[in-house]
Write a protein that binds this ligand. Sequence first.
Ligand SMILES: Nc1ncnc2c1ncn2[C@@H]1O[C@H](COP(=O)(O)OP(=O)(O)O)[C@@H](O)[C@H]1O
Ligand SMILES: [Mg+2]
Length: 172
Amino acid sequence: MIELKNINKYYNHGTVNEMCLFHNFDLTIKDQQFVSVVGSNGSGKTSLLNLICGSIPLDSGSILINGTDITSMPEYRRQRRIGRVYQNPAMGTCPNMTILENMALADTKGKPFNLLPGTNKQRIGYYKEQLHTLGLGLEDKLHVKVGVLSGGQRQAMALFDVYHDSHRVFDS
Ligand SMILES: Nc1ncnc2c1ncn2[C@@H]1O[C@H](COP(=O)(O)OP(=O)(O)O)[C@@H](O)[C@H]1O
Ligand SMILES: [Mg+2]
């Protein structure tokens, strides 16, 4: 469960460019709930995800995940509980690593030394199966570097990278 309690967020507070994005804002997202946030360009959707993920700080209020207050938890620690697909497909994937390496990295996320043991060969069949469901032929490109994929291919692959995370946010 994700809870936002009494959130306040301004950009450029106290200047002529001041913009109030959230004023005493509350939001509760229960387990298994799938929520779409709809709004025009510039209405604050990405900012909301940035606040939840800890990419930008709150002015006041608190954010809880499964009852634990994560308001002052740094972004890199929140990522252990949150999987994020960025609007910009260049974010959230490693361009110089192959599809297989990116998937293996995501698969072992949160475990210590997840880069060192290398790819678990027993999981390759599973990755191929997952990629096959996309219908983009990515299962035949496991050893291709992610940086040469199209933006859409990369975003689709990133969806699988967050598949196992308990809390997932997508910015489209
Ligand atoms: N770091 C920032 N500093 C100042 N203003 C910002 C910043 N990030 C976003 N904004 C402004 O906040 C508003 C909401 O932006 P954003 O959350 O990206 O909207 P959306 O994702 O809904 O299109 C926009 O007017 C944008 O220009
Ligand atoms: Mg946005």
